[in-house]
Design a protein around this ligand. Structure first.
Ligand code: HEC
Length: 141
């Protein structure tokens, strides 16, 4: 019977990410980005990407929607997909997307890049952002 109880408990956790609580516990309180990334989950990130998918494709060579295709975005220069018309604000952001910059952007796009056209409030949960970054990374190869 114990397995049944366990299955019920696990099944009861929200979002289908059964080990999220365990991952958060393992990362510890106020974990920094590096620690969160060490406990991030690509599948959870893939699910979280559902909130991006209305505006972004991620498959290699897929077309832009309201936002640019995000294949291989980590390590790529900011605003560098020649098929997409970026705002001057995002072009001026400059540099390359690494985990830290992506984390800040995903938390609050219009605070990091005032004037961006990415109409998205941001992801408040740091673990969810780490999951998203892990997923973006997995789609960078
Ligand atoms: C409502 C549509 C919309 C949603 C939802 C959205 N984005 Fe965007 N995104 C955009 C647009 C438009 C741009 C281009 C912004 C600009 O040029 O200022 C953009 C740009 C980006 C860029 C920069 C791309 C580059 O080539 O430098 C990244 C990274 C990104 N989005 C990630 C995400 C992720 C991850 C999510 C989900 C958590 C998300 N976006 C949700 C519309 C959206």
């Amino acid at each position: 019977m114990r397995w049944l109880l366990l299955a019920l408990l696990v099944g009861g956790c929200g979002g289908g990410d059964a080990d999220r609580a365990g991952r958060l516990r393992a990362a510890g309180p106020n974990a920094d980005l590096t620690t969160l990334l060490a406990h991030a989950d690509v599948d959870a990130g893939r699910r979280a990407f559902g909130q991006c998918a209305a505006c972004h494709t991620i498959g290699k060579g897929r077309q832009a929607l309201a936002g640019p295709n995000l294949h291989g975005i980590l390590g790529r220069a900011v605003a560098s997909d020649s098929r997409f018309g970026y705002t001057q604000a995002l072009k001026d952001h400059g540099g390359r997307w690494d985990a830290a910059r992506m984390d800040a952007w995903l938390a609050a796009p219009s605070r990091v890049v005032p004037g961006t056209r990415m109409a998205f409030t941001g992801v408040r949960d740091p673990m969810e952002r780490a999951d998203l970054i892990a997923y973006l990374q997995s789609e960078s190869r």
